[in-house]
Design a protein around this ligand. Structure first.
Ligand code: HEM
Length: 361
């Protein structure tokens, strides 16, 4: 008599669907090992910045269906968006997400500075990061102009003046570049197409480099101890890291929704040309007193100095030390820059509005 055939259990449907998808799209390759410390919040900030950026793209796509970038209709199209309950929520969300994007971006920069992640061999990651910082500044600035209220018109006026100051290099930013398309329409194209595409490309290189060079080791102790721990630290699948990023991005979205409910973004009356009575939004406020003291040039020179200093950092600070407690001079310098930024911002907030129009005229 032959032995009874063994009953083989068929795996469940979800498992089989997963297998089918993995065979075709290779998702399991995402489960490569990454050091455990990469799951701490401080090491997911770059991912949350990217998550907020993707949410900005989604809300931005909705707004682009209803916004008219021609100078005669721009302001009224935003008023119309704000009168619709869904439009009002999406617009406010876009506004608050942009603030969260900037906060997480700066926090990510501060973390990578504090843990000396810019050091060899990660100089390229740092430099592409600075490119992203610049592009983020461009996205925020162009976004401010699109509202086409008084604040926007004044920012626009500064844009034109800076273009003149830059001479040949500023030509693209000036209304004289072409008579057939207004500068507002070109600013809109920069905001919804040129800058996001450049941003996506540079983020791609930034992330490929992080994947290739791996996340920097936990920066605690002398260099030899750090190297030893790097070899022995337990590793977890990258998918765990991705779920942490998703979790914190959802928290960011929750915060943006709460802020939207508490403080929906408004819009001022349509701008009047030739006067200057508003101040820039909070993230550019640090430049306001500098412009008062040193004139329009400060708006180009100070950000350029800041970016050049950041770019030079990996080539100046080349010791193998990573622990912030063993790099006190650098940490003090970083803290000084942050304090100067905060003081200028607060000063800019309380200072009496000054007109720079004469200088602009
Ligand atoms: C919006 C722009 C940015 C995005 C989306 C982004 C994204 C990321 C992500 C996902 C990581 C890996 C994990 C992490 O540390 O969070 C990373 C690592 C890194 N980023 Fe960024 N980043 C941005 C801007 C910047 C800026 C402005 C800098 C500095 C100037 C920078 C410097 C670095 C460095 C040095 C690393 C390596 C970290 C390490 O090995 O410890 N990034 N970035």
């Amino acid at each position: 008599m032959s032995a009874p055939a063994e009953r083989v259990e068929r795996p469940g449907l979800p498992y089989r669907v997963g297998l089918w998808l993995d065979e075709r799209f290779g998702f399991s390759a995402l489960a490569y090992p990454v050091p455990r410390h990469a799951n701490a919040l401080a090491y997911t900030l770059g991912g949350v910045t990217l998550g907020s950026f993707l949410l900005l793209v989604l809300t931005g796509i909705y707004l682009a269906q209803l916004y008219d970038p021609t100078p005669t209709s721009a302001h009224s199209s935003i008023v119309q968006i704000s009168q619709d309950p869904v439009g009002e929520v999406v617009r406010s969300l876009h506004f608050w997400l942009s603030a969260i994007f900037l906060v997480t971006l700066v926090a990510h920069l501060v973390r990578t500075f504090a843990t000396a992640s810019y050091k060899r061999p990660r100089e390229g990651i740092w430099l592409t990061g600075i490119g992203l910082f610049l592009l983020a500044g461009g996205l925020l600035f162009t976004g401010t102009i699109l509202k086409w209220d008084q604040e926007a018109l004044e920012a626009f006026g500064h844009n034109v003046e800076i273009a003149e100051l830059l001479g040949v290099f500023g030509f693209w930013f000036s209304p004289d570049f072409t008579e057939s398309v207004s500068l507002l329409v070109r600013t809109y194209v920069a905001h919804v197409s040129i800058l996001p595409l450049l941003f996506a490309g540079v983020v791609g290189v930034h992330l490929l480099l992080v994947k290739r060079l791996k996340i920097s080791p936990l920066a605690v102790g002398p260099p030899e101890e750090i190297a030893q721990r790097e070899r022995t630290e337990p590793r977890l699948p990258f998918t765990t890291h991705l779920s942490r990023i998703l979790y914190w991005t959802l928290v960011a979205l929750g915060i943006a929704l709460i802020l939207t409910a508490l403080r929906p973004t408004g819009i001022g009356p349509e701008g009047v040309e030739g006067i200057e009575i508003t101040k820039p939004p909070w993230y550019f406020l640090w430049l306001y007193p500098l412009e008062n003291w040193f004139g329009l040039r400060a708006l180009v020179v100070m950000p350029a100095l800041l970016l050049a200093g950041l770019a030079a950092l990996p080539f100046i600070d080349r010791t193998p030390e990573r622990d912030p407690r063993r790099r006190q001079a650098w940490i003090a310098l970083g803290a000084l820059v942050l304090i100067a930024w905060a003081v200028l911002t607060v000063y800019g907030y309380f200072t009496v509005p000054v007109s720079h129009v004469e200088e602009m005229g």
